[in-house]
Design a protein around this ligand. Sequence first.
Ligand code: ZN
Length: 321
Amino acid sequence: MSVTFDEENIEQTYHTLVRDVFEGTVRKVNSHYPDEKSVRFDWERINDFDEKTGRQSIRNPKTVRGKLEAAISAWDDVDIPRSIVRVHNIPEKHHFRVGKQRTTHLGQLVTIEGEVVEMEGVKPFAREAALGCHQCGTLNYVPQSYGKMIEPAECMGCEKSSGPFLFKRERSDLIDYRKIILQRSDTNLDDDPPTLIVYLTQDLVDRVGPGDHVSLVGYYDTGRIQKKSILETFLETWDIESHQEGVLADQLSPDELADRIFEEVEQLQNDDPSSFGADRDTVLDRLVDDGVRRQEAQSALEGLIDEKEVSEVGGDKLMTT
Ligand SMILES: [Zn+2]
């Protein structure tokens, strides 16, 4: 009996958090749903309401997230079947600079501070993959982690494990995904500063840029496929706590940025006289590598083309005029 009572108690805590403590937050998301799905929970307010749930949201964040999302979708006053719960403002003792997090923090919510030094493009990530059996056609739904596709041990339909399984995009659950590399900043370890692989998903993918100093709340975890006993780890970002834009992007005036682009085009032309013009993407990549946002570099380049300082040759080649 006491178990049932406990369970009811837990559920009631989550209902109260959603319908009372965070009522305004949830209702605000509801008025923009489904364009907006992220519901931000301030950890201190969770903890003020119930310390046990506060503790649980750090130590067992996936369970707490699942229960909060379930409580949101169960509330009749709003229509939010699929929310994204983002817990932030977690206590200072769970804040680390890149490389200061430890094994004991795996599986927990942490805040990691560092500088964005590398960014990949945004790609679709199959959070749950629908894999069609090549023998009997049954679709097997397999939750995925970041990296290698996990196939079912055996098909749910014919119980064979022969494969190959065919990926069915339209039946899979796909979200936007971006990998970035975060590096310890303000460090004396100039030669080899610690880095961490960080994943951004859904509405967070466009929120940071190269060179930005960020403080990210996320789930610290190991990859599901490991080749060595020294494990590869990553941070799955749950929320962006704070965010300072890259230094270079702030320092360069529009004129200076235009000059930099002009110089890059000229240099690429001279480096390789056999190629007719400088490659547009290479020019942009070089600026992005230096901490300029791609969008800024792109619009500065458009400006140069409009003013006929740079001309477009063929599809994606540029020449100074
Ligand atoms: Zn099968």
